[in-house]
Design a protein around this ligand. Sequence first.
Ligand code: ADP
Ligand code: MG
Length: 240
Amino acid sequence: MIEINDISKWYGQFQVLKNCTTSVKKSEVVVVCGPSGSGKSTLIKTVNALEDIQSGTIIVDGIKVNDRKTDLPKLRSRVGMVFQHFELFPHLSIVDNLCLGPMKVLGKSREEARTTAMTLLDRVGIRAHAEKFPGQLSGGQQQRVAIARGLAMNPIAMLFDEPTSALDPEMINEVLDVMVELAREGMTMMVVTHEMGFARKVADRIIFMDAGEIVEDATKDEFFNSPRSDRAQAFLSKIL
Ligand code: ADP
Ligand code: MG
């Protein structure tokens, strides 16, 4: 589903991604972890072209991401993204947050978009708040809305960039529970997170990054039981 092949990226002289290669199969859940500043956000943003690259190739569901002929808005509509800070539209109601993309990008009618939106809000436990505005919801509720908004586009994969790291501790699980369910339903997911409980539950593979490099790309068991690199071992000993 996602093929990342030997990609590199620079900010001026600074190389933020160094010859990164990995892939994600359909229905696979890949957790990306590593120290702050190691390039995790940059890596996952390259997948839907929110960040460009200077060398290498990325192919998502057969679409070449780094090809000038590629319809980027269409690609982005096929790959959902959930950020640390929710990034809902503050001036739109919760249900309208979910309807905007399907109406504008997918050409759905308001009625059709609303029906799908309400089903998804139900699924993430927010149906009762459909007519409220983002600012009236807790962080955990807003993040569940953000996930539902991604799903409203009927994506082929979902990208998550530290979706729980801005939340108060008591709200982390309500968001992780939604993500676990999504993973179990077979959604293809790349998740930047330090929530190793989540990783243990649903990750198929774990990628560990350090200083712009993919240092480990291992199955969950390999990663937790016998990380190969000293850097991953040191990282795990700090967060576990
Ligand atoms: P992570 O998500 O692992 O914390 P990022 O991908 O956000 O790391 O950033 C990787 C590195 O790239 C960091 O050193 C960061 O300071 C640098 N960086 C990120 N965005 C920019 C930018 N727009 N210009 C210059 N450097 C950047
Ligand atoms: Mg980041």
